[in-house]
Write a protein that binds this ligand. Structure first.
Ligand SMILES: Cc1cc2nc3c(=O)[nH]c(=O)nc-3n(C[C@H](O)[C@H](O)[C@H](O)COP(=O)(O)O)c2cc1C
Length: 223
């Protein structure tokens, strides 16, 4: 697949077919993505892929916590505080939320359905594979950019293999639980989870792709 087509085709997939992804393909995607650039070739990412029982056990524990309303203090700030949110951020965040819930026909005050949709994060939206990405702490904010390259490469590699993904910082809310299941190192911060599987193209949720800003809003060509 042409790389430009892969970039355009990638979108967040929030409903999957009940179809296994061969382990060989999962490994291949993780391997291909390592060609991502990183400063001094530091490769400050670590990748944990969960399939089968390992994934099912995590889903069970996470849903139990979610249903009990249990929270953990996160290892990093996922969203700016409301007072610190600039207007452009508020507007895009609202459009994204309204767009997703609107596509699903969920009203603003329909809390049970909103909660049910949020809960699907902890089931990897029905995907057969859950991947987690950590960033090595030693690099600070700069390292997150390098790991971001890896994440996008992984998503594009998945598209190339006919698979869909959804990045999920929702998982950043359960670092203790994930430390237990993944046993990641003390020098790592868990950034996000990634659902990986075959897209269910008949599910309406997968038709939602939020708009992007026009060129002039975010870019300039200076001559
Ligand atoms: C780091 C990161 C974390 C995200 N976390 C979540 C999440 O927890 N749940 C979710 O449904 N979508 C999540 N998303 C998906 C974004 O909402 C989505 O990428 C954005 O709205 C653009 O839509 P698109 O991916 O379909 O192009 C995340 C995206 C990124 C990059």
């Amino acid at each position: 697949m042409n790389v430009l087509d892969a970039i355009k085709k990638r979108h967040s997939v929030r409903a999957y077919l009940d179809k296994e992804v061969p382990e060989k393909v999962v490994k291949e995607i993780i391997e291909i993505a390592k060609q991502s650039p990183s400063g001094v070739n530091s490769q400050p990412w670590k990748v944990y892929a969960l399939m089968g029982k390992a994934k099912d056990n995590l889903v069970k524990d996470a849903c139990k916590k979610f249903d009990a309303g249990e929270t953990e203090s996160g290892e990093y700030v996922v969203y700016p505080s409301k007072e610190n949110m600039p207007d452009w951020y508020k507007a895009r965040r609202a459009a994204c939320g309204f767009g997703l819930y609107g596509t699903l026909g969920i009203e603003r005050d329909d809390m049970p359905r909103r909660i049910a949709q949020a809960r699907k994060n902890y089931q990897f939206f029905g995907a057969p594979v859950g991947i987690f990405i950590t960033v090595n702490k030693v690099l600070g904010p700069n390292g997150w950019g390098h790991v971001g390259h890896y994440i996008q490469s992984l998503c594009l590699a998945a598209v190339g293999k006919g698979l869909g993904t959804c990045l999920q910082e929702a998982w950043a809310g359960y670092p203790n639980l994930l430390r237990k299941h993944l046993n990641y190192g003390d020098d790592e911060v868990l950034w996000c989870g990634i659902s990986l599987g075959y897209e269910d193209v008949n599910e309406v949720v997968n038709t939602f792709v939020p708009d992007r800003e026009e060129f002039d809003v975010f870019a300039k060509i200076l001559k």
